[in-house]
Design a protein around this ligand. Structure first.
Ligand code: URA
Length: 186
């Protein structure tokens, strides 16, 4: 049953032309990891490497994300990773709001299938789409929200940590909080 639902999602994504991003994509980047994970990470959208390989977070930001997961005793096999938009915005620009809107039902469907207990928004774009449109990442990261049965938190996007070392310490605090929440729901 779940298998069939995943096939439906994949079919819909692979043929999707709901926004302009299909015109420039190499691959649709749907998601990766454990389909029964208790924790689901949401990024912004595929970058160059992700577009080429069809897998989320395989470029430099992904390598840093892997290290951060390892630091809290998680691997990609423990988590599910998806993005707000499933096709690469050209030149890695922010996804436009109509593109996010067009794609959000796929993420909703993924949430319905994975049924995570914890959702981690990586960066402002994911936090604004999932938590609140006026979310301010610098002020509001690290705060837990209870929404529709999910525990939700936002932290800096790993790309932001690569650009600005000073964000690494607060991001590490957030990851420790994520580790504690994960242990508490086990
Ligand atoms: N950045 C994202 O937000 N998502 C990816 O999949 C890769 C980089």
């Amino acid at each position: 049953m779940a298998e069939k639902s995943w096939e439906i999602l994949e079919g819909a994504c692979l043929s999707c032309k709901k926004c302009r991003l299909w015109e420039t994509r190499t691959n649709v980047v749907i998601g990766t990891g454990n389909r029964n994970a208790d924790i689901l990470f949401i990024g912004e959208g595929p970058g160059q490497q992700e577009d080429l390989q069809g897998i989320p977070f395989v470029g430099p930001a992904g390598q840093l994300l892997d290290k951060m997961l390892t630091a809290i005793n998680l691997t990609r096999d423990d988590v599910y990773i998806a993005n707000i938009v499933k096709c690469r915005p050209p030149g890695n620009r922010d996804p436009h709001s109509d593109e996010q809107e067009a794609c959000l039902n796929y993420l909703r469907y993924q949430l319905m299938l994975v049924k995570p207990k914890i959702i981690v928004c990586l960066g402002r774009i994911a936090a604004q789409a999932v938590i609140s449109p006026d979310f301010r990442i610098t002020r509001e990261r690290g705060i837990w929200h209870d929404r529709k049965g999910y525990k939700i938190i936002a932290t800096y996007h790993p790309s932001a940590l690569l650009r600005d070392e000073s964000k690494k310490r607060p991001a590490w605090e957030d990851f420790k909080s994520i580790r504690d929440m994960y242990q508490s729901i086990k």
